[in-house]
Design a protein around this ligand. Sequence first.
Ligand SMILES: *Cc1c(COP(=O)(O)O)cnc(C)c1O
Length: 396
Amino acid sequence: MTYETESAPLFDALAAAAEDQIVYDLPGIEARYDTLRRELPGVAVRFAMKACPVDEVLGRLALRGSGVDAASPDEVTQALRAGVPVERMHYGNTVKSDRNIADVFRLGIRDFATDSLEDVTALAEHAPGARVFCRLATTGEGALWGLSNKYGCSPADAVDVLTTARDNGLVPAGLSVHVGSQQMTADAWRGAFDRIADVLTALAERGMSLDHVNLGGGLPALGYRDKHGRPLDPPMDKIFAVIREGMERLREIEGHRLGFVVEPGRYLIADHGAIRAHVARLSARSQANGERQYWLYLSCGKFNGLYEMDQLQYRLVFPSHRGAESVPAVVAGPTCDSDDAYSHENGLVPVPKALASGDPVWVLSCGAYATSYMTQGFNGFRPLPYTWIDGGAHAS
Ligand SMILES: *Cc1c(COP(=O)(O)O)cnc(C)c1O
């Protein structure tokens, strides 16, 4: 199978842009959603909206049947405004104050992630009768961002949490995991299914029956390069095959009637958003170590669109210098912060030697976590405006 990460309409829109901006390719995002539905038949999609909290994106995904995974009252409010039905939303944040719970319960949210007895007690009080799903901890191994120990509990704790939920008038409805963001291995999914299976078995022995398993996020973007500038190239066919096998296995565990949910974030968006930026300066300097080094400074960087640039490399296109002589450079953003640069462990990027200040640069596969991670204007560099390619909205 081939995956489309370069679309002609997106390139046309970048070429037409006279000023810096981020462009979302809505038909591209829809196509990726359709691919996911084909690969994981019958699985409900709840888009992790923090990856792209843009009304037009939320609205188009909702027309196709997607819901959202929301993490704050303001996210719920935005999703409602964008046309996502509240029945297709859940509150996926295990971290919440009493007030957060009461606010989203009032907005109509009835499904909540949890991972502790303290949180369950608060849910029983501020969202009486709600459905809860318990998040299991994962190692995050194999992912670019492992999510550390901030979320999730052990299998033994999960049994306690769901039992306590039931005893407090809540509905113990499901289990969830997140295998880590930009998860590159199928093995991580295998490990997650093992843990889920153990808990389902333990719950069935106690007479508790769940109705769903939430497989979380972690599905990777396809178009990133690593710190060395090499394509990451995730094994998508294998990952999807392992997920399908895992779901089959879980369905065979007696005592439950399971549906499945996924919460993709970057997988749906990353490859279908791109930034039109421009060159601030290409310069060469002798550094402290005495080596002469080219640096390409762009008009945008970590604080206005490329937040993850210190963990990976986005592909660059220099439309006014195609095929020109190149020099190896470190790529960096415009601010006075040293993290505002590509990670460049042996990963210099070939850039046209003749680049001049003002020349356009296209940054590809940077749609995920772009608008949501922009600062108010660090060093006075403003957040980028966004626009989108429509392609003729159609419901299906
Ligand atoms: C951020 C998040 C996601 C999406 O993660 P990706 O790695 O972008 O797919 C999904 N679920 C939860 C609970 C999250 O916090």
